[in-house]
Design a protein around this ligand. Structure first.
Ligand SMILES: [Zn+2]
Ligand SMILES: [Zn+2]
Length: 130
């Protein structure tokens, strides 16, 4: 994929700028991470892109039998844009990572490392480049 502005091979640069994360009824954290992508070569802004955040925290709930006595809070820390290059295809997969901090009013808290990468084709499509 070539950059529509500079015609060089597209390398994403991104900015992790907002996120929503909350606990759903089945004890999983779900949310969305918004990322602005731009061409690493010429800084042309290519648009906005969303990455799904899903995290299973059933091990947090294990000693939380009576859910009514526990009130969980979800916070994101160290959010960042990331990418990895597939060594076979040489394709860049844009992604995001963060530390998901879950804490309860009873004092228990656990931090989870989260990251997610998407298929470049899907990103191109969402940005209208494909
Ligand atoms: Zn460019
Ligand atoms: Zn608790």
């Amino acid at each position: 994929m070539l950059c529509p502005q500079c015609n060089k091979e597209l390398k994403f640069e991104g900015e992790f700028y907002s996120s929503i994360a909350e606990l759903n009824s089945s004890g999983e954290i779900e949310g969305e991470v918004c990322i602005t992508l731009s061409c690493a070569e010429c800084n042309e802004e290519l648009g906005e892109y969303t990455i799904e955040l899903e995290l299973d925290i059933t091990n947090f709930s294990e000693d939380h039998e009576d859910e009514n006595e526990h009130d969980l809070t979800v916070d994101l820390e160290d959010e960042s844009f990331e990418e990895y290059v597939d060594t076979d295809t040489q394709l860049q997969h844009p992604g995001a990572s963060a530390t998901v901090h879950v804490s309860c009013i009873c004092g228990k808290s656990i931090s989870y490392a989260w990251s997610n990468y998407d298929e470049p084709e899907d990103v191109y499509k969402e940005l209208g480049l494909a």
